[in-house]
Design a protein around this ligand. Structure first.
Ligand code: ACO
Length: 325
């Protein structure tokens, strides 16, 4: 049976490691608080001279190499990001130029931390249709530059990074299906209030803190611990598989405690979840492809496994993909 498969993977994490102890010097926090509340021990921080598009290019180059496909044979680039290089043009177009994918279309999607799950759904619908043989699906973020480094309730949670997957038609294994959802009534639970047309920078209503990422942590927690199991169960129902069939869950790395609560609600042990949040923090739309690549590299994901990728975050938005590896 023909399916759309992931035929190449790549990721990029900046080399600069920032440990929790460094945050203790900047805001009123402690390594103990961060580890006990989130599981995060360190994160990566992009250098000042790199942009979200640069991280995406590093990850995409690796995915191209892994698949053996040349840049000029890419037909479409879909980039999930909520920390774009600029409000416009799209960061995907910037990536296309830097990668030399001169024959491709390119666009961004913004579904915040569930962005890559959405992008994989869109990409797997395109791949293999007329004119779209090879599709690159990337998640890339530099949250360190949209955070308020004086706000301890958000700044310690995130990190920078990128992950990429190359999609094309395969003979058997691949994406079985996806399930995605939004609830815009919660659009202000996670937000950057200013910088769009509602509150332009420097306008009468603008204040400095509105240019940074803001989050109602408690409300996100309440949403996430329900959204995670709902998305997994919904995609399984869609592809007519059962929770017992699942070999591994690759969750959005928002908070280890959220992952534990979600797995518990699903009746699954934590050894069925892949986590790397302790090393990278929450890399938003990049966390799932980064974790997927690590899980494949370390043989936690094996040929024939049923892999569920699940994301949840701003929008509010959430969703999952079911993949036979
Ligand atoms: N260090 C020390 N203390 C802190 C810190 C910090 N970094 N941040 C907050 N606190 C304090 C608070 O001020 C509060 O103090 P108080 O009791 O004196 O008022 C205390 O810790 C408890 O604060 P809560 O907000 O109640 O802590 P909670 O147990 O809810 O944990 C957390 C906070 C970790 C943010 C949790 O709510 C959470 O994980 N929420 C989900 C966040 C998330 O996953 N976001 C990712 C999705 S966003 C996206 O996808 C882009």
């Amino acid at each position: 049976m023909e399916r759309v498969g992931i035929v190449g993977l790549g990721s990029y994490l900046p080399s600069r490691i920032m440990r929790n102890q460094e945050w203790e010097e900047i805001v009123d926090t402690s390594n103990e608080w961060i580890v006990s509340k989130t599981g995060i021990r360190e994160r990566r921080i992009a250098s000042d001279d790199t942009c979200t598009s640069d991280l995406a290019v590093f990850a995409a180059k690796e995915a191209l190499e892994d698949s053996g496909i040349d840049p000029e044979n890419i037909d479409l680039i879909i980039l999930a990001t909520s920390s774009p290089d600029v409000p416009l043009s799209s960061t995907a177009a910037i990536v296309q130029g830097k990668l030399g994918c001169h024959n491709s279309a390119a666009f961004d999607i913004n579904a915040v931390c569930s962005g890559w799950v959405h992008a994989l759904d869109i990409g797997s619908r395109f791949a293999g249709t007329s004119g779209y043989e090879n599709v690159l699906v990337i998640g890339s973020e530099i949250y360190s530059r949209i955070l308020d480094w004086n706000d301890r309730s958000t700044c310690v949670l995130f990190g920078d990074g990128a992950g990429a997957a190359l999609l094309r038609k395969t003979n058997s294994r691949g994406v079985l299906g996806s399930w995605i959802k939004s609830d815009g009534r919660g659009s202000e639970v996670i937000q950057i209030p200013a910088g769009g047309v509602r509150i332009p920078f420097g306008s009468e209503n603008f204040s400095e803190e509105q240019k940074y990422f803001q989050m109602d942590g408690r409300a996100v927690w309440d949403f996430a611990v329900e959204a995670f199991p709902e998305a997994v169960n919904s995609v399984l129902e869609k592809v007519r598989m059962d929770i017992e069939d699942v070999d591994i869950i690759i969750p959005h790395q928002a908070n280890l405690r959220i992952i534990e609560a979600g797995m518990n609600k699903l009746g699954l042990n934590m050894d069925k979840a892949y986590t790397n949040i302790e090393r990278y923090g929450n890399t938003a739309g990049a966390s799932i492809p980064i974790a997927l690549k690590e899980a494949v590299d370390t043989k936690r994901v094996k040929t024939g496994n049923l892999v569920i990728t699940v994301g949840f975050g701003g929008g509010l938005s959430w969703g999952a993909n079911a993949i036979i590896w």
